[in-house]
Design a protein around this ligand. Sequence first.
Ligand SMILES: *[C@@H]1O[C@H](CO)[C@@H](O)[C@H](O)[C@H]1NC(C)=O
Ligand SMILES: *[C@@H]1O[C@H](CO)[C@@H](O)[C@H](O)[C@H]1NC(C)=O
Ligand SMILES: CC(=O)N[C@H]1CO[C@H](CO)[C@@H](O)[C@@H]1O
Length: 312
Amino acid sequence: MLSLALLSFASSALAATYGLSDNHVGSDFLTSFTHETIQDPTHGRVTYVDQSTAVANNLTFTSADSLVMRCDDTTVLSSSDPGRNSVRIKSVKTYTTHVTVFDIRHMPQGLATWPAAWETLEDGWPASGEVDILEGANDVTPNQSTLHTSSGCTMPDGRAETGTVVQEDCGDSGGANLGCGVHAPTSNSYGVAFNQNGGGWYAMERTDSFIKVWFWARGDTTVPADVSGNTGSVDTDNWGTSTAFFPSSSTCDISSKFGANNIIINLTLCGDWAGTTFQSAGGSGDCNSYVDANPSAFSDAYWDIAAVRVYA
Ligand SMILES: *[C@@H]1O[C@H](CO)[C@@H](O)[C@H](O)[C@H]1NC(C)=O
Ligand SMILES: *[C@@H]1O[C@H](CO)[C@@H](O)[C@H](O)[C@H]1NC(C)=O
Ligand SMILES: CC(=O)N[C@H]1CO[C@H](CO)[C@@H](O)[C@@H]1O
């Protein structure tokens, strides 16, 4: 009896404890991630440049404790140019069940910006699923974490999470494909307010039975020590109620809806989301023309990332 009890305690403890697998800090990002030069699949007004171009133009900059990635903020473009130079990086490794902690000091802000920190498999979409950990457009009401899957994945009502449900259908039904989003309860989780507060930590846990996303603002005294620093392992049982909770259930089998995913961090301008909401967010005229004519509007359109730590 005793050993059985101990055994079940050990396995449940194991379920929430993960060891450090990859600690991406500073120049590590130049070898553990690739700069993708693909055409932006979301039709943004950007040209994604390769790593040597990004480093040469200081669009990508690393120091001992930071990765800075920005779009060009000096060049006036003509409408025949392909788009403002920007960066999109993808982890070399893929991950299945794991925890990712993003320690972010600053995220791209400004009209027309559409930044994202997310995980997917580009060649396997939507079969391998997509977790948008941090994504928004035009600095507006974005603080949203979202799953996208193939059709046949709906989240149940009444989930234990601190955020607010936006939509419950995660599946790609061939329509608007909005995914199942959850809004964070605090406004300093995104954009200008996030940056003014010095950023914070986003963490995502993926198991075969659920996906959870947490957010702690910089200075939040409840941030766990294994999130705010590198302690070599994390125990998600001690992290409290998550901001977003996506459980596996009879209406969504998480383990079959998600495969191996890369970590991707990108910054596009305008495009399918930021372009169509540009005017309602306060922009005037056409989003692409605004991007072409106003390089200095993008001086705060940069990521400053202290670390991305993966635990498995
Ligand atoms: C490159 O960017 C970094 C980060 O923003 C900045 O600290 C540095 O001064 C820039 N270097 C040059 C040569 O502009
Ligand atoms: C964050 O989401 C909440 C709803 O949960 C909303 O009231 C708030 O305006 C949002 N904040 C930002 C900055 O988007
Ligand atoms: C900011 C940004 O570019 N986000 C997009 C990155 O690309 C994928 C598609 O490949 C979009 O889903 C993201 O929204």
